[in-house]
Design a protein around this ligand. Structure first.
Ligand code: PHE
Ligand code: NA
Length: 499
């Protein structure tokens, strides 16, 4: 029989779920470093321009497609245009890949929440991470030698995510976000205040915020700003589209979008303050420059912070707040990517919520558990992350905006849909941002990263490894997406435009 689509109970439920997706590891460990590397205080200008000219306009685009066509990415794109279904599956497969490794980082953070109390890393956080904790093998290949310290927390992360998603859109996704997000914000504010009281905090803030205006003319800083905004807002990979398909017919889309966009950026800037205050402390303690202690991503969280935690007054509290924040921020994002896959399979095959959640969640959990909590998992994570970002997310976003703009009919229809329901009206400027500026920037980013990867390979990993898990994976996603788009839908009504 025909099932009616699940819905969020209201605007707040949706906003919390969307903020839960947006606020993730990218805010806590990516933004501070990207800002620091790209002109410090001067980065704020291109960053805000990117937010207004691309981030928020694309967020509205996702909302408009998901809400107008009321479906997961394959269904919504299929309803938009006969030939567009494969774009939806491409987004689904990107989410599939991200989810299987993202869960692992959450598992690490959960372990480190506890290690902050025991200071398990002694006086060698780098050695501990690569040795005792991850037991990283010297060989770059795929082996199935498991590391129990990561395996067990990873299983728990998957069980928790699957359980929440089995409860559905309102009782699972929205309710958990309404608990985790306020908790995250409270913990993070305490963390920032504690960091600001550390001796040396101002040195760190000075390093982060001293503007280097001369950099504004260099294209790299603009690419970095747009790249950060795309990733950070979770736009153009199916997540916001899926969540907005669960909104009731009468919902203020643009108003909610502004709340989500500005909350995400506010949290990011707050994270910059907290992280750099703490880095200033460790730099001053060790008589180093902030430059020498600043690291990005995994290095910042799992090597840099442990050093700070060991030396700071009330370091255990700082550590628990930092790593628990990573767990909560990461977990709500992980739920959102997983929901894209579940929702799409559910729509295509006409499954029940529980059936789709288990049918999708369990195989994904098995793949994640087989590949990543192993002595060779770190390199695999590294290369899949780099390639799915550069040649998955960016490429699909580019293809979709070009597709929508090319026929000259899709964007005006989507604009009309936004304006039908929303408080803040969109006009020609919105269409110019989405159809004009965004494809130019995305095209530039894509060509730039293609050139770099072709010229330099990836890290010092063997060519075959990068070929299979980098290039091969990225290309396979497109091929599989095409094949999935050829499979039949469970019901004809799936193809009807709900308007
Ligand atoms: N917006 C997230 C962040 O800033 C990125 C993300 C969301 C990644 C969902 C994966 C899944 O961290
Ligand atoms: Na974010």
């Amino acid at each position: 029989g025909l099932r009616t689509r699940e819905t969020f109970s209201g605007r707040n439920a949706f906003i919390f779920a969307a903020i839960g997706s947006a606020v993730g590891l990218g805010n806590i460990w990516r933004f501070p470093y990207v800002a620091y590397e790209n002109g410090g205080g001067a980065f704020i200008v291109p960053y805000l321009i990117a937010l207004v000219t691309a981030g928020i306009p694309l967020l509205f685009l996702d909302y408009a497609i998901g809400h107008k066509f009321r479906g997961s990415p394959p269904m919504a794109f299929r309803r938009l245009h006969k030939k567009a279904e494969m774009f939806g599956w491409w987004q689904v497969l990107i989410c599939f890949v991200i989810a299987v490794y993202y869960a692992v980082i959450i598992a690490w953070a959960a372990c480190y929440t506890w290690f902050s109390v025991t200071k398990a890393w002694g006086d060698d956080p780098a050695g501990f991470l690569m040795g005792e904790f991850l037991q990283v093998s010297d060989e770059v290949n795929v082996q199935f030698s498991f590391v129990p310290g990561v395996l067990i927390p990873l299983i728990l992360v998957w069980v928790a995510a699957i359980a929440i998603l089995a409860f559905g859109v309102q009782k699972g996704i929205a309710r958990s976000a309404m608990v985790f997000i306020p908790l995250l914000f409270v913990m993070f504010i305490i963390l920032v205040v504690q960091s600001l009281f550390l001796p040396g905090a101002l040195t760190g803030l000075e390093a982060l915020f001293t503007p280097d205006w001369s950099r504004m003319a260099d294209s790299g800083i603009w690419i970095a700003a747009y790249g950060q905004i795309f990733f950070s807002l979770s736009v153009a990979f199916g997540i916001m589209l899926t969540y907005s398909s669960y909104l009731k017919k009468k919902t203020d889309l643009t108003g909610s979008g502004f709340v989500v966009g500005f909350t995400n950026s506010g949290f990011e800037i707050l994270a910059g303050i907290g992280v750099f205050a703490a880095l200033g402390f460790i730099a001053v303690q060790n008589g180093q420059a902030v430059d020498d202690v600043a690291a990005s991503g995994i290095g910042l969280a799992f090597i840099g912070f442990p050093a700070i935690i060991s030396q700071a007054p009330a370091g255990a509290l700082l550590g628990v707040l930092f790593f628990a924040s990573l767990v909560f921020a990461g977990f709500t994002s992980m739920v959102s990517i997983l929901e894209v896959v579940i929702s799409s399979v559910k729509d295509k095959l006409g499954l029940s919520r529980v059936g789709a959640t288990l049918g999708v969640g369990i195989p994904m959990a098995i793949i994640s558990i087989l590949l990543f909590p192993t002595t060779t998992g770190l390199n695999l994570l590294d290369v899949t992350d780099a390639f799915v970002n550069s040649f998955g997310i960016v490429a699909v976003a580019l293809v979709v905006v070009i597709f929508l703009t090319a026929g000259f009919t899709a964007l005006p229809k989507l604009r009309d849909h936004l304006n039908k329901t929303s408080s803040v009206k969109m006009g020609r400027t919105w269409m110019m941002f989405v159809g004009g500026i965004t494809p130019i920037i995305l095209g530039y980013i894509l060509i730039d990263s293609l050139q770099t990867r072709i010229a330099e390979g990836y890290g010092d990993m063997p060519t075959w490894f990068v070929g299979v898990f980098g290039w091969g994976m990225a290309i396979a996603l497109v091929v599989i997406a095409y094949l999935l788009s050829k499979l039949p839908w469970s019901s004809k009504s799936a193809l009807h435009d709900p308007d």
